[in-house]
Design a protein around this ligand. Structure first.
Ligand code: HEC
Length: 249
């Protein structure tokens, strides 16, 4: 980083130098002039002179030269200030705050589970394992039988009410959602086995698997979700921001 900033400084300095070269040359020339030419113009010299198309106030050459010299000097000052601050930046201390994340740390955040389920961690669980856990950690919001309360939506289809989770096309989404978002206020505290058990419990209660089925990384993606056929896979050349296929079979 320091090396980069220093490199930039150098390029900037030489650019400013090249840019100011004509200024310098003019200043030299002015200095070489005889002292009587360098003096401030007299009132007579600055007087209005006749011009072919009316009266035009002419500015004596010395005025222009002085103005130019002042502008040059101001520019030099600004450039010097810029260079000084850039140099200060190049020499700014590093504060040793933070560190580069290790692959293990990054992995903790990389928890998305796709439909193939290849990201699912090792572990397994049954509906029975999940039932106990559900009563302990989930029923308070979702109701004892998953019928829903004011604190959480219904998770088990009962009395003709549909559960949102059974509308999802892949069971991997249920696993992923419980793993990343539940229980509310203690997200991320469930072990992989617990999430397999809870997923099995909800799928069994909704009739998508048998009570005795064991769910693991191989079994979850294979669960036949009742609403799957109502989803359409995007075309193979689909890219983000392309229109979604409408009514495709
Ligand atoms: C503190 C209350 C609370 C607890 C405890 C809780 N949930 Fe939830 N849960 C919610 C709320 C609120 C939502 C809706 C969140 C949303 O839509 O963003 C929800 C949504 C869900 C969903 C998605 C349902 C849908 O219709 O989208 C699932 C699945 C779920 N919870 C499972 C669980 C499981 C399993 C547990 C126990 C480990 C649990 N929840 C514990 C409040 C809770």
């Amino acid at each position: 980083m320091r090396f980069l900033v220093r490199g930039c400084c150098e390029t900037f300095r030489s650019a400013v130098r090249a840019w100011l070269q004509p200024c310098r040359e003019r200043a030299e020339k002015r200095r070489a002039l005889a002292p009587e030419v360098r003096r401030w113009p007299s009132a007579a010299e600055a007087a209005v002179s006749e011009a072919p198309f009316g009266t035009v106030k002419t500015v004596p050459l010395q005025h222009l030269q002085t103005g130019f010299a002042i502008a040059c000097n101001l520019l030099l000052l600004v450039a010097a200030a810029l260079i000084a601050s850039a140099t200060a930046l190049a020499q700014a201390p590093t504060f040793d705050l933070g560190k580069t994340a290790t692959p293990e740390e990054l992995q903790k955040w990389d928890i998305a589970i796709g439909p193939s389920g290849k990201e699912l961690p090792p572990g397994s669980g049954t509906a029975k394992d999940g039932a106990d856990l559900f009563a302990k950690k989930c029923a308070v919001c979702h109701g004892k039988a998953g019928e829903g309360t004011q604190l959480g939506p219904l998770l088990v289809a009962t009395n003709g009410k549909r559960s949102t989770i059974m509308g999802w096309p892949f069971a991997t989404i249920i696993w992923d959602f419980i793993n990343r978002a539940m229980p509310i206020n203690a997200e991320g505290t469930l072990s992989a086995n617990e999430v397999y058990g809870l997923t099995a419990f909800l799928l069994a209660k909704n009739g998508a698997i048998q009570e005795s089925d064991v769910l693991d990384s191989k079994a979850v993606p294979k669960v036949a979700m009742p609403n799957f056929k109502r989803f359409t896979a995007p075309p193979t050349d689909w890219k983000p921001w392309m229109p979604r296929p409408l009514g495709a079979k």
